[in-house]
Design a protein around this ligand. Structure first.
Ligand SMILES: NC(=O)C1=CN([C@@H]2O[C@H](COP(=O)(O)OP(=O)(O)OC[C@H]3O[C@@H](n4cnc5c(N)ncnc54)[C@H](OP(=O)(O)O)[C@@H]3O)[C@@H](O)[C@H]2O)C=CC1
Ligand SMILES: C[C@H]1O[C@H](OP(=O)(O)OP(=O)(O)OC[C@H]2O[C@@H](n3cnc4c(=O)[nH]c(N)nc43)[C@H](O)[C@@H]2O)[C@@H](O)[C@@H](O)C1=O
Length: 308
């Protein structure tokens, strides 16, 4: 059986990948950061030499929502750049032919708003609230492209997902992305009998969110024929909603009937970042899980894992 190393195998994306039915075709290596610290170049080299994976999915990273990114730009830039450079160079050294690298829609110029197509990366200034993280992601993506330029036999391909949510998400408000934050806030309001929930900003900014189980499906498909992938490929539903819409939809799914207020002192970040899914369509794939269903699944997970 072919061996697959999933970095970040204990994280949200990694756990969803390990739960995908197609993973049964692979012997999976999913070390935690304690077992394999990707910041430790020598340990990574030894690990690859010992375990000799046939392919690698790079889903490890220092990841968080707008608040975490703004609070720790040094950590987000340094750790993600080091991890990215280490995994790509170690894979090259170990002679691994297939690497699926995960970037993020925040690598696009902030002013574009919508129709973010893969050829527009590095055509304008980045969003300041996550610039450090975006620079790290761009560096790793470009490194993959340079590696393929030097050796066209390699498949070091980058998937660029939109914002994600799902099982194994982080719900702690210090780290969370928008959707898990809403689930936590609305659930807490319901538990505490509150009739008000606070939205950061005026709620008119827009975000594209995809269920992490769908990203796992895209990664599995990428692994099944990495040669068919372009160098970089956006992954998302191709439509977005306003922040206010997400709050309304979560409240509906959870069954909370209070009202929303806006805290205009909170950060808003990009007004819109909607991916172009033209290449994704040509690739012949699209996400399947609708927003209300995905939120329902995520809320069930939250209730099982996070509420005592
Ligand atoms: N969540 C999102 O909305 C989006 C995520 N992405 C990308 O998808 C990928 C996965 O994100 P997600 O699953 O949400 O993130 P998580 O925070 O859930 O998981 C990240 C994983 O990275 C691992 N990790 C962190 N530091 C190290 C290290 N030094 N050495 C080894 N492993 C480390 C952690 O391992 P451990 O738990 O063992 O410490 C953790 O399990 C990232 O590249 C992210 O940028 C892209 C777009 C959107
Ligand atoms: C995927 C991408 O995700 C990150 O970018 P982001 O999309 O800006 O992050 P976010 O998911 O935290 O959404 C934030 C939007 O939502 C609004 N908002 C309302 N109320 C809450 C709230 O309660 N929490 C949060 N976090 N945001 C809120 C908030 O005002 C803003 O408009 C990158 O840093 C980087 O990690 C990355 O790659």
């Amino acid at each position: 059986m072919r061996r697959l190393l999933i970095t970040g195998g204990q994280g949200m994306v990694g756990r969803n990948l390990r739960a995908h039915p197609g993973i049964a075709d692979w012997a999976v290596l999913a070390p935690s950061s304690q077992e394999l610290d990707l910041l430790d170049e020598a340990a990574l080299r030894d690990y690859l030499a010992q375990h000799r994976p046939d392919a690698v999915v790079h889903a490890a990273g220092v990841v968080g929502g707008i608040h975490a990114n703004m609070a720790q730009p040094v950590h987000f830039l340094v750790a993600n750049t080091r991890m990215g450079v280490n995994i790509v160079t170690a894979c090259l050294e170990a002679g691994i032919g297939t690497l699926i690298n995960l970037a993020s829609s925040c690598i696009y110029p902030r002013a574009l708003g919508q129709g973010l197509s893969e050829d527009r990366i590095l055509t304008g200034a980045l969003e300041p609230t996550n610039e450090g993280y975006a620079l790290a992601k761009i560096t790793t993506m470009r490194l993959c492209e340079y590696a393929m330029r030097e050796d066209p036999a390699l498949n070091y391909k980058t998937l660029i997902p939109c914002n994600l949510y799902g099982k194994w998400d982080k719900f702690d408000p210090r780290h969370s992305h928008l959707l898990p934050a809403i689930i936590h806030k609305v659930h807490q309001a319901m538990q505490d009998g509150l009739d008000e929930v606070e939205i950061w900003g005026d709620g008119t900014a827009r975000r594209e969110f995809m269920y992490a189980g769908d990203l796992a499906d895209a990664v599995m498909r990428a692994l099944s024929d990495p040669g068919a992938l372009p160098e970089s490929l956006n992954i998302g539903p191709g439509h977005d909603h306003s922040i206010n819409d997400y709050y309304r939809i979560v409240a509906q799914v959870i069954g909370w009937q209070g009202r929303f207020i806006h805290d205009l002192s909170r950060p808003v970040g990009m007004k819109q970042k909607l991916l172009s899914v033209e290449r994704q369509r040509e690739w012949g794939w699209q996400p399947r899980v609708g927003l209300a269903d995905g939120i329902r699944e995520t809320y069930e997970f939250y209730l099982q894992e996070h509420v005592t």
